[in-house]
Design a protein around this ligand. Structure first.
Ligand SMILES: Nc1ncnc2c1ncn2[C@@H]1O[C@H](COP(=O)(O)OP(=O)(O)OP(=O)(O)O)[C@@H](O)[C@H]1O
Ligand SMILES: [Mg+2]
Length: 499
């Protein structure tokens, strides 16, 4: 479990780097261990043989001295070549001769002495006060003595310590170098993925013509598969858009005939019974809704097919809102916050009026009518607000209602209300302006539909000051891209303004 959680937390590159680090640390550790063991054995073996050689030479000298009747062993031991790292002792007839500054005779290992007393030369390592010593005992049976030479292994030990520390540092440095190598290798390894991710990103942004160019031999298969997938996707989108558009077109002609026939029938209904007139009214209203549905579908399929044409005009936000209010809901209070009225925006009037018309119609249908129309300025945008005092839209539905054919609890064919295309179309129209539409709570209850359009310029002292060069052109340029993007997002709509 922990491992899986770690896998999820660390990215691929981090995992490869860590794996390289651990792998090289393990290998370097093993090699350092082997190198240390070999060096340890070699140096110790060398030290032991040189100690033995010296002890046997000195033992021979001691034996010659002990053979003379007036031998003074202690003084003779003092003449033997010695230093602070070695000491010589002689055991004879229960007495020890020689003064060792290194170890007292009583601290010599009993096993060593037992073997030497039994006539066998012996070598043994032992610890005394934290220092390791090497003792060589040489039996001298002809003079009934044992010669013992003790060597301190302090120097050898410190050499081995330095060696082990150096090897440990080398292992750590190697592990770090391994980590760097891993980071570099993983960077190279994930490079193709980055390329694919960048291409996928481009496609998601609407550039369906993006394809992968594989220069690398390893990438050829991936690029071929990816490009084939995008080809198929593009073809499918085009086919779907064509299909919806064809159906809508095919429905249009019978609808026109139907409407014309109804108009003819309506001209003279004098001899008709009430029930026949009611039936005619019903057919008329259903035909009108059907015609509107077909028009909406055609509009959407034009956007999907990338054939939506926008006719952007620069207008003052305040003026535009007043016009909309006069056409759609005269008498509704208009709230122009601060200098928002003087902001200039690029709008396709037909499209934006359709958007407002649907919002006003929705407010009438589901929320008792619009109670306020507002416009305020944001950092680089102008926000139009359409407020009602109805039941509001629950947070869970705020994205969904912008999807095609999404109806809340109110909209239902049986009740004669909408089919759920109004807000989806509004979303498309606003996106064509590079704007955003979403719904939020109205302070005091009800829903607030917000349309945010990019700011193009503003009026200052009676003059129109354009904002950062060619904003309308930028909006126009974005239209094409956004149109194509709407293919990809399909039914998914964002109502939170986070497009
Ligand atoms: N102001 C509102 N207050 C409450 N609910 C609303 C409001 N506006 C929209 N809705 C809900 O959102 C749903 C989707 O609205 P939308 O305008 O997309 O479709 P519609 O009005 O049902 O049909 P159409 O607009 O295609 O005739 C509606 O069915 C309704 O439930
Ligand atoms: Mg509607």
């Amino acid at each position: 479990m922990k491992f899986l959680r770690l896998r999820r937390t660390l990215g691929l590159r981090a995992r490869v780097t860590v794996a390289f680090c651990i792998g090289t640390f393990f290998l370097a550790g093993v090699m350092a261990g082997v190198a240390y063991a070999l060096a340890h054995n070699y140096l110790l073996g060398e030290r032991e043989s040189s100690a033995k050689r010296q002890a046997f030479v000195d033992a021979r000298l001691v034996r010659s001295e002990l053979r003379s009747p007036d031998a003074d062993v202690t003084s003779f031991l003092g003449t033997l070549p010695s230093n602070s790292e070695s000491a010589s002792l002689v055991y004879r007839r229960g007495h020890w001769f020689g003064s060792s500054v290194l170890v007292a005779p009583s601290h010599l290992p009993p096993d060593l002495m037992n073997r030497a007393l039994a006539g066998q030369a012996a070598t043994q390592r032992f610890e005394q006060s934290g220092t390791t010593y090497l003792a060589v005992a040489v039996p001298l049976p002809s003079v009934s003595a044992v010669f013992v030479q003790v060597f301190s292994l302090r120097e050898l030990n410190s050499t081995l310590h330095i060696l082990s520390a150096s090897l440990a540092v080398a292992a750590v440095v190697t592990a770090l170098a391994g980590g760097l190598l891993g980071a570099w290798a993983s960077r190279l390894a994930v490079q193709p993925l980055r390329t694919v991710a960048a291409a996928a990103d481009e496609i998601a942004r609407g550039n369906l013509d993006t394809r992968l160019q594989a220069q690398d031999r390893d990438l050829i298969r991936l690029a071929k598969a990816f490009n084939a997938m995008v080809d198929a996707l593009q073809a499918r989108i085009a086919r779907d858009a064509r299909f919806a558009s064809d159906i809508s077109h095919e429905l249009r002609s019978p609808l026109t005939t139907l409407s014309a026939s109804l108009a003819v029938l309506e001209r003279d209904t004098s001899g008709w019974r009430d029930s026949q007139r009611q039936a005619l009214e019903l057919v008329k209203s259903e035909t009108a809704s059907f015609a509107r549905l077909v028009e909406d579908l055609l509009e959407i399929s034009r956007v999907d097919a990338g054939a939506a044409e926008t006719n952007l005009e620069e207008v003052f936000a305040g003026e535009f809102l007043c016009q909309v209010a006069a056409n759609l809901c005269p008498g509704v209070p208009i709230d122009i916050v601060g200098d928002a009225g003087r902001c200039v925006i690029g709008v396709d009037k037909r499209r934006m009026e359709r958007v407002f018309a649907n919002l006003v119609q929705n407010a009438d249908r589901y929320a008792g009518g619009v109670v306020r129309l507002g416009v305020r300025r944001d950092a680089h945008a102008v926000r139009f607000e359409v407020d009602d005092a109805g039941p509001g839209i629950p947070p869970a539905q705020r994205e969904r209602i912008f999807e095609r054919f999404a109806r809340g609890g109110h909209g239902h064919r049986a009740t004669g209300t909408g089919v759920g295309l109004g807000l989806a179309l509004a979303w498309e129209h606003v996106a064509l302006h590079r704007g955003r539409i979403w719904v939020e709570d109205r302070p005091g209850g009800g829903a607030r539909f917000v349309i945010s359009l990019p700011l193009v310029g503003e009026e200052s002292d009676g003059e129109r000051v354009p904002h950062a060069g060619g904003a309308v052109e930028r909006v126009r340029a974005g239209v094409d891209r956004l149109t194509r993007r709407s293919h990809l997002v399909g039914g998914t709509r964002r109502g939170d303004g986070s497009t």
